[in-house]
Design a protein around this ligand. Sequence first.
Ligand SMILES: Nc1nc2c(ncn2[C@@H]2O[C@H](COP(=O)(O)OP(=O)(O)OP(=O)(O)O)[C@@H](O)[C@H]2O)c(=O)[nH]1
Ligand SMILES: [Mg+2]
Length: 582
Amino acid sequence: MRVIATAGHVDHGKSSLLRALTGMEPDRWAEERRRGLTIDLGFVWTGTPEMAFVDVPGHERFVTNMLTGVAAVPAVLFVVAADGGWQAQSQEHLEVIDALGIRHGVLAVTRSDLADPEPAMREAAGRLARSSLGPVESVAVSAVTGQGLSGLREALGRLAAAIPAGEPDADVRLWVDRAFTVDGRGVVVTGTLGAGTIRVSDTFEATRAGEPVYVRGLHSLQVARQELAGPARVAVNLRGRAASGLRRGDALVTPGRWLAVEETDVRLTGRPEPERPLPERLVWHIGSAAVPARIRPLSQDSARITLARPLPLRLGDRALLRDPGSGAICGVTVLDVRPPALRRRGAARERATELAQFDGVPDGAAELRRRGLVRRDELLAMGAAPPGPPVAGDWLADPAHWSALRERLVRLVAEHTAASPSDPGLGAEELRQALDLPDRALVTALAEGTALHRVRGRLAAAPAVLAAPLRTAVAVVRSELDRSPFRAPDADRLTALGLDTAALAAAEQAGELVRLAPGVVLLPDAPGKAVSVLAGLPQPFTAAEAREALSTSRRVAIPLLEYLDRAGRTRRVDDTHRVIIR
Ligand SMILES: Nc1nc2c(ncn2[C@@H]2O[C@H](COP(=O)(O)OP(=O)(O)OP(=O)(O)O)[C@@H](O)[C@H]2O)c(=O)[nH]1
Ligand SMILES: [Mg+2]
């Protein structure tokens, strides 16, 4: 099935055209038929090809209903009257379509028995082509004489064939556009199912109530079904305590697969006047939901949004922000559904720099890189695919972060063992806290594949004892580093002291030195000292500024910064700049 919404200015002939195409009445209410005006959504369809139409109102007062009508709809039938031409709601509906990124459509120039359709068609086709719809087929029609209808049917057939098929295995998010009670059957909700499959006896979560509801029966185009995959118009008969409270704006979602999102970072698109500040309070529209939102701009094209109530949102979701006062709209693409707190001074600016690199396409590896560790279920609920298998339990780890953690674990244990050789070692809980990990299972997983000893649940390093001549040479290096902590001895100096690669490895194992790169050694506390020095620099800083502040050479500064990146103490913000992670 294909689902197509109408769009276009009031009285341009949307409902009449659907009546002529389907033989069905899209204006469901007596008041609508009496006034000759669509107020709420209408639903009609054709059998072959199976096309369901959502008829939207063109009147500006009902634009919220229009927004609900295009929810989860992949294609539009754009209507412009030959005798009316391009009008205010033609423009507004096109802006909505563009902001939501709808890519498929057909243009029908109606009422072409009343005026020459050419001028209206030329203008509308040009405007549509510059939107997310791109170039579309256009047909001149008359709902009264029937002229052009067969051509329109053919164009719609080609449109239906061009719309990508749905993903039957996708997680369900059904935005409720109607909820009513049927005698003897109870609550029925309807909506456009974009993707995923609904089956009789499935359980879904009703998002506003946060409670389960159960599918008793399922209809589509008035035919009972056992299961149905999107895209489709669906009517779902539900039972469960939460069913009777359901209304437009709620969603039914696959349990455990969606996050309740109250705070999100977004990219703003299609702002009419980017230089004018956005009002602080707007209404967020997604699916059938319209929720008050507070905007905190981060840059000209990014913002942090706080929603008045949580919504099931995912990375890459397209939504709209609308100012109910002026009617101005702006598109948004969801970039982050679990954004970091912005407490420190300068955090908002840093966040904007970071967001500039997001493209709104869910990327599991990138998401994991930013978070270091994340539960597999949480990543899926964000809308990103796990890039690899979990490292422990259902924890996924970014490979670089994971190896940095492992290095830190080994060093912590080695230092502990060196400081108190007779001690039985560090416990998993102590290490979990020291490494600031969310789960003790991660400590166990990190310890695997290292040379650490496990003694009665505690971790200890093999007591590394340096041979006497080596001990003297290392002591010389250490005392030099004590005076200038970032002046690593150069290759000649190391050779003169008889410290080759194997000797430096042994010194590192014993917790005497830390190796940043082959032949570049510092005292184990040097990276920590470097962090304190770098934290005093204006953020972000360059490698040259870091080198200067640490009064050292590039030979040391570069591997030291890379070491800090791996250890999660610094982060690159672009090709040349880094910031300290606090
Ligand atoms: N002559 C002529 N009249 C038409 C044609 N299509 C629609 N009309 C008339 O135009 C008026 C508006 O048509 P509707 O179909 O209600 O327009 P609409 O776009 O659905 O309007 P809203 O839903 O309120 O936005 C009605 O009086 C129709 O009879 C056409 O092709 N030719
Ligand atoms: Mg209508």
